[in-house]
Write a protein that binds this ligand. Structure first.
Ligand code: GRF
Length: 215
């Protein structure tokens, strides 16, 4: 079966891009990355695309008069590359309604909290400040409102009493790097459908043990 063709959009470090590249390097993985896009020429994550020989383009948002033009150019490049699924991976630009409509149900994002809790930025500190005992990461389809959309997969990590935003972010990031390829695989295998704005996973085996923190 043909592999799902991904476009990955980044703005910075690109560690999730790296995780996706590594997953795609497995011949049995049902997706490949056809294009990497960054809105910043300085994004250090671009080196992962270059090292892997993946075509990459920089769309400097400052060079565009408005968001719609910027987004239309990105869509054009992604269409040209034959994109089946757009993966946002630390892409720090809000997307236009037009872009979200064009790629509806073919556009996913990874966010470092258990959505719908803690949308937006600085979410690790927000989780610590709220005193929650678990946080984690979410891969979800993208809708127009920021950090909303049907949830595909989540991974939970404990929040420890001496956590800083940095230590919690590091614990979550380890899970992000496993969860994003896992979610892409679920989609590529045709196991995800959207029903009434909920993502439904077929043949779904979840863990049955409760987590407790503190013990
Ligand atoms: C990740 O924490 C991701 O969840 C969030 O932005 C960060 C990107 O990190 N959306 P990286 O660029 O993939 O290393």
């Amino acid at each position: 079966m043909a592999k799902l063709n991904l476009s990955v959009a980044i703005s910075g470090r690109g560690s999730n891009l790296k995780a996706l590249i590594e997953a795609c390097a497995d011949p049995g993985f049902p997706a490949k990355i056809g294009l990497v896009i960054s809105n910043k020429a300085s994004a250090s994550g671009l080196r992962f695309a270059n090292d892997a020989g993946i075509p990459n383009l920089i769309f400097d948002h400052k060079a565009y008069n408005n968001r719609a033009d910027f987004d239309r150019n990105m869509t054009g490049a992604m269409e040209k590359s034959g994109t089946d699924l757009v993966c946002l991976a630390g892409f720090m630009r809000l997307l236009s309604d037009e872009f979200c409509d064009h790629w509806r149900d073919r556009l996913i994002n990874i966010h470092p909290s258990l959505l719908p809790s803690f949308k937006g930025l600085d979410v690790q500190q927000a989780a610590i400040d709220a005193g929650v005992r678990f946080s984690g990461c979410t891969v979800h389809y993208v809708r127009k409102e920021m950090d909303t959309g049907p949830i595909i997969a989540q991974a939970a990590v404990p929040v420890l009493s001496d956590d800083t935003a940095a230590s919690l972010a590091a614990r979550i990031l380890i899970e992000e790097h496993k969860l994003y390829p896992h979610a892409v695989r679920l989609i590529a295998d045709g196991r995800v459908t959207i029903d009434n704005e909920r993502a439904v996973i077929s043949d779904h085996n979840g863990p049955i043990n409760a987590l407790q923190n503190p013990e």
